[in-house]
Design a protein around this ligand. Structure first.
Ligand SMILES: [Zn+2]
Length: 321
């Protein structure tokens, strides 16, 4: 994803087995931070997940296999090819899964699994053509989602949960973020054009997870989410405020980000972005963003835990109909 200069860019169900309760009293299965961390590590170990590479294919297989292991009701791929801003034709493989596929009320959780092919934010120009590990930008959101899938698979909530692992999110034009906006999020733009829902089947809302693993990260209310899906932002930040992780979800407006949620909103599904957009060192994204330092050294289990626990609170307090 990229920052957008147009906005404020400164940056209960009844008792079930194996349920735990945290301070706000919502019972849900445990979010295991070590497990989430290992899902991040596994992705990074494949190498940079650049569209069209073997590492990307291997990662798509790993995600799909994991979802089947966690007993998702359905796992399928939406494939296409698209032309990137630089004229290159790229394969898209969006990965879609559904839990509680019979539930009338559904929510959508999404994160991108591709990684940026260039370290174009590196200070040293000679290193900018090198692909990044994408431990935070890519693998962290997927790592949290896979741990959510593990938890949900073993102990279903009332609500239906659809998962969307988006592809070719991070292949956007490096310069002039606003004019190049539609060069980002190509997998999600394809999904919107080929929406796998009738109007009646559409999820009630969506939550995008992006850069949710950085050391000490906090998640203010992302600017465009607050404009496009204010009720969802209120719901998630309200749950966070009542949780032990309220410090991680400050009640103020953060940066405006061009990310997959913008396109999901355009499909008529209110969708928010949980993203580190107000790092104290930069006023925006963390300093590792689109650099070769976006690696496992800067992934923090306690950040994954905070986001995962708040997500489980949201999911397990959501009615099924
Ligand atoms: Zn990115």
């Amino acid at each position: 994803m990229t920052a957008c200069s147009g906005g404020n860019a400164s940056g209960n169900n009844s008792a079930r087995s194996v349920a735990t309760a945290d301070n706000n009293g919502i019972e849900h299965p445990e979010f295991n931070a070590d497990s989430a961390y290992s899902f991040v590590e596994r992705q990074v170990a494949f190498g940079p997940r650049v569209p069209g590479t073997k590492a990307h294919d291997n990662c798509a297989d790993f995600i799909s296999r994991s979802l089947r292991d966690f007993e998702a009701d359905t796992v399928w791929h939406q494939t296409a090819s698209v032309k990137a801003f630089n004229g290159k034709t790229l394969p898209i493989k969006n990965i879609l899964a559904s839990f509680n596929s019979g539930a009338k009320r559904r929510i959508l959780i999404l994160a991108h699994y591709d990684t940026r092919p260039w370290a174009d934010q590196e200070e040293d120009k000679s290193r900018r053509d090198t692909p990044i590990d994408g431990a935070n930008d890519g693998a962290s959101g997927v790592g949290v989602m896979l741990e959510l899938a593990r938890a949900i698979g073993s102990n279903r909530p009332e609500v239906g949960v659809d998962m969307f692992f988006t592809d070719v999110e991070d292949y956007g034009a490096p310069d002039d973020a606003m004019s190049g906006e539609d060069t980002w999020c190509l997998g999600t733009q394809h999904w919107v054009s080929n929406l796998p829902y009738t109007p009646e089947e559409r999820p009630a809302y969506g939550i995008l997870l992006d850069m949710v693993g950085g050391t000490g990260a906090v998640f203010p209310r992302e600017f465009s989410s607050s404009r496009m899906a204010p009720a969802v932002v209120d719901r998630v930040w309200g749950v966070a405020a009542a949780s032990p992780y309220s410090d991680r979800f400050p009640n103020r407006i953060g940066g405006a980000i061009v990310d997959d949620h913008i396109y999901v909103n355009s499909a008529g599904i209110p969708c928010i972005d949980i993203i580190e957009s107000a790092n104290p060192a930069t006023g925006g994204f963390p300093p590792t963003w689109h650099t070769l330092d976006d690696n496992m050294d800067h992934i923090d289990r306690s950040t994954l835990k905070a986001v995962g626990e708040v997500m489980l609170d949201v999911i397990y307090s959501e009615p099924g109909a």
